[in-house]
Design a protein around this ligand. Structure first.
Ligand code: SME
Length: 154
């Protein structure tokens, strides 16, 4: 089995596990924290895994695992804001090539950001994953993480 197929299968197993665990609480923060813990420890190369929550014109850090991160992200700057403003998942193969990238930790090399929407379709937070490897994220991660983010709201 090739590496991509393995990654796909890992996302499928994780989705199942998360589905079971999320039955235990309707609290969004508890659900976010659970998803972060599973992703961070089960996926290869996830160096920083967390949510940034949209509060007006601020993105404020939520549940996360990994090194200490920026608590607030300046409006309009960086990958997380790009995802919010473009209203889509953003994959960055090399963060050094992304204009305005916010480096909370110099070891981060690639990144994926997936928006979380409420029932009206408005973005309320983003899932942000950084890797210490270049080009760690692809379409398989985008699809897998979008599915998982879609499970957060009870
Ligand atoms: N790199 C992000 C900031 C958050 S840290 O990666 C944890 C960005 O450019 O938005």
């Amino acid at each position: 089995m090739d590496v991509q197929e393995k990654k796909k299968q890992r996302y499928e197993r994780i989705e199942e596990q998360i589905g079971g665990l999320l039955e235990k609480s309707d609290d969004v923060i508890a659900r976010m924290a659970t998803v972060i813990a599973i992703l961070h420890h089960k996926m290869d190369g996830f160096f920083w895994t967390g949510f940034y929550i949209l509060r007006g014109r601020k993105l404020v850090v939520g549940p996360y695992q990994g090194p200490v991160a920026c608590q607030e992200l300046e409006y309009g700057k960086g990958v997380c804001w790009a995802s919010v403003l473009q209203e889509k998942t953003v994959v960055v193969e090399n963060v050094h090539d992304f204009p305005g990238h916010i480096a909370c930790d110099a070891r981060s090399k690639s990144e994926i950001v997936v928006p979380l929407r409420n029932r009206d379709g408005d973005i309320i937070a983003v899932l942000d994953v950084d890797s210490s490897r270049y080009g760690n994220f692809d379409e398989i991660d985008a699809t897998g993480l979008e599915k998982i983010v879609g499970m957060i709201l009870p």
